[in-house]
Write a protein that binds this ligand. Structure first.
Ligand code: GTP
Ligand code: SPV
Ligand code: MN
Length: 621
């Protein structure tokens, strides 16, 4: 790796290829031209490529990635136009410790984010980025999150030195010429999203398949609406339209503009009468959003379709109707546990091809495999680290956070309305987490404020989606802990204010689910996946006013009789374990909630009142 700290002492001038790319830029957008030039001067790439988003470009870049050893081309029959990539073993997930919200004051970032003064952070980052693209091509990717036909299209431009990022962004967002043309015509504002692997190449130095840098910085400047990401090539760290823009920056924009940017899937449900409703659900990373969004109902007459699987932008029209948009154009889904029996819709989508897999295992015949993909385990694989693997190896073949990146249009249960620029009307919001105990299968909130309390105290066991310990219970408000781009107290206040402004009656009803509760013998109490349609049915019937439920201290919970259990193979013990609201377990939950509120420090009064109300109801129950 070249030493980029010496960059400023060497030539900082732009080479001829770069100067030509700037002079012949396919845009006249003044700020864009200025910004790209500044970033080129700082990062000193060998060349600049303006991504047009074309198929020809995809073919060229994927071929280059195969030649570089970053991609393995999969068997054309099994997975047409698809590739497997294997990351550096130290670059496999989001890095929350290295993620920063840089606002003028520490209070702007709040108690849950890492903060640094923007000027100080810029100084650090300028050093990191200086010369960081030497020996590489700088790609400029114009993109839009959500529809290009939206009233106020949310533009961004990602500058990156990773062709893997360009190919992945082409799947995850609308990119290239149509975006750039409209952005230029309207001289539109765009989020500046700078990304570098931080792995410059000295002249003649040979590249590695997955360049990255041990020193990582995932930095958001919400007040400037800007993103600087250094050192990682992986998912949420590097595909800057996704978590950095559509959640962290967008949540700050949403706070200012009166809407919500959330870590939620969007599901369309049609009941046997033919009435359709849209439901959004917030579960923390690797807690079941993609699977729930692609649910295959196991109950007669019910139909589920997908609108989105990870991110929701919820706006409120003048008549107070909540409308939700999925700003993404692709899925970046967890591979392990996604299989023909649990999520056939995802498997069919992926099998259509045009997919980038990262950190899965390779089969001997040019396919891919991961834990849970098929019931049968292959006898021999090449694991995600490139080693021989057999079932006796005693370690996972695919990394627990291995992913598939697939165009959303390949999902055959995609709802027609998925890309409606105005979004779809939202009837219910579900919060959920991964809890072995305490939290029942489903409960209905007593109202908006109680629902916001449920969201504010949402808890879940940590997963492999972020670097760090797995299985530790932590509070994850609205499944947004790693993604709130400002002060979490203000975020909760914003939820409350939005409800008050729009009016309780017009707001979606709030539910809280837990697919992950365990029985005494340690197994899952509830079978999950397609069987979650039974919970959806109860929710829809509650919305219609036709289903019963029992009032408990934590919300309205269905009894066995209120749930449609026809044809379900479940024991009484399991069902009791799934539905039970245990007073002692919940009283034991209160210290954790108090500790969390103490950490937040400035929790809205209304939420503290909800906390008191819960304790009162528990003690008098
Ligand atoms: P991110 O993409 O990280 O935001 O994750 P996600 O919330 O979309 O999670 P995903 O649907 O990919 O599921 C993650 C893991 O949870 C997979 O291993 C699934 O097999 C498992 N899972 C999903 N739904 C269920 C369920 O209903 N029951 C059980 N037991 N496991 C589930
Ligand atoms: C998550 O971690 O919630 C994801 C994957 O959806 S990533 O894009 O890496 O953030
Ligand atoms: Mn996610």
């Amino acid at each position: 790796m070249a030493d980029n700290t010496t960059a400023s002492t060497e030539s900082t001038g732009l080479n001829q290829a770069v100067r030509e790319a700037l002079d012949n830029a396919p845009t006249t957008h003044p700020r864009l031209l200025e910004w790209v030039r500044e970033m080129a001067e700082m990062t000193q790439p060998d060349a600049i490529h303006w991504a047009d988003g074309s198929e020809e470009e995809w073919n060229r870049l994927t071929t280059e990635l195969v030649d570089a050893g970053t991609f393995v081309r999969l068997d054309e029959e099994k997975f047409p136009n698809s590739f497997a990539a294997f990351s550096d073993p130290d670059d496999v997930a989001r890095v929350e410790e290295r993620t920063f919200i840089c606002t003028k004051t520490p209070k702007g970032a709040g108690p849950t984010n890492n903060w640094e003064d923007p000027a100080v952070m810029k100084e650090t980052l300028v050093k990191k980025f200086t010369g960081s693209m030497r020996g590489r091509t700088m790609y400029v990717i114009p993109f839009v999150m959500g529809s290009l036909d939206a009233e106020d299209p949310k533009y961004g431009v990602e500058i990156t030195d990773s062709a893997y990022v360009v190919c992945s962004m082409r799947i995850m967002a609308t990119i290239g010429t149509p975006v750039l043309d409209k952005m230029t015509r309207d001289n539109a504002f765009f989020v500046e999203a700078l990304h570098s692997l931080g792995a410059p190449l000295a002249p003649g130095e040979e590249d590695v398949p997955w360049p990255c840098n041990p020193s990582k910085y995932i930095v958001q400047f919400p007040e400037d609406r800007a993103i600087w990401s250094f050192g990682s090539g992986y998912g949420g760290n590097a595909l800057l339209g996704k978590k950095c823009y559509a959640l962290r920056i967008a949540s700050a924009i949403a706070h200012d503009e009166g809407w919500l940017a959330e870590h939620m899937l969007i599901l369309k449900v049609t009941d046997p009468e033919g009435d359709s409703r849209f439901i959004a659900a917030a579960f923390p990373s690797a807690c079941g959003k993609t699977n729930f969004a692609m649910l295959e109902p196991t109950i007669d007459g019910w139909k589920a379709e997908m609108v989105g699987d990870d991110i929701s932008w919820i706006r409120f029209s003048k008549d107070g109707q909540a409308r939700v948009v999925n700003p993404e154009a692709g899925l970046f889904g967890v591979a392990p546990g996604t299989g023909w029996s649990t999520n056939p819709n995802a498997m069919r989508g992926v099998a259509r091809g045009n997919t980038i897999f990262t950190n899965v295992a390779l089969t001997d015949d040019g396919g891919v495999w991961w834990e849970g993909m098929t019931d049968e385990v292959p006898e021999h694989l090449t694991d995600w680290k490139g080693n021989d693997w057999t079932p006796e190896s005693g370690r996972p073949a695919a990394h627990p956070n291995s992913r598939f990146c697939t165009p959303i249009k390949q999902v055959d249960i995609l709802a027609d309305e998925y890309d409606d620029p105005e979004g779809v009307p939202l009837s219910a919001i579900i919060f959920g987490g991964r809890r072995k105990t305490t939290v029942p299968l489903v409960s209905e909130s007593f109202g908006w404020e109680h629902g916001v309390f449920q969201g504010a105290t949402l808890s879940s066991e940590t997963t492999a989606a972020a670097k760090g310990a797995v299985g530790v219970v932590r509070r994850d408000p609205m499944a947004m802990l790693p993604f709130i781009g400002y002060n979490a107290n203000d975020y909760l206040e914003h939820w409350l204010d939005t409800g008050a402004r729009v009016g309780e009656d017009a707001m979606p009803k709030i539910y809280y689910v837990n697919w992950f509760r365990r029985t005494a013998d340690g197994g899952f109490a509830w079978p999950g996946f397609g069987e979650n349609s039974r919970v959806v049915k109860w929710i829809v019937e509650r919305l219609k006013g036709t289903a019963g439920g029992q009032e408990t201290p934590v919300g309205i919970v269905p009894t066995k009789e209120d749930l449609d259990l026809s044809g379900l193979d479940i024991s009484d013990d399991e069902l009791n374990a799934a539905l039970r609201v245990d007073k002692d377990e919940w009283l034991g939950e209160l210290p954790g909630i108090d500790e969390w509120f103490h950490k937040l420090g400035d929790v809205p009064e209304v939420i503290l009142e909800q906390r008191a109300g819960l304790e009162e109801r528990l003690k008098s129950s």
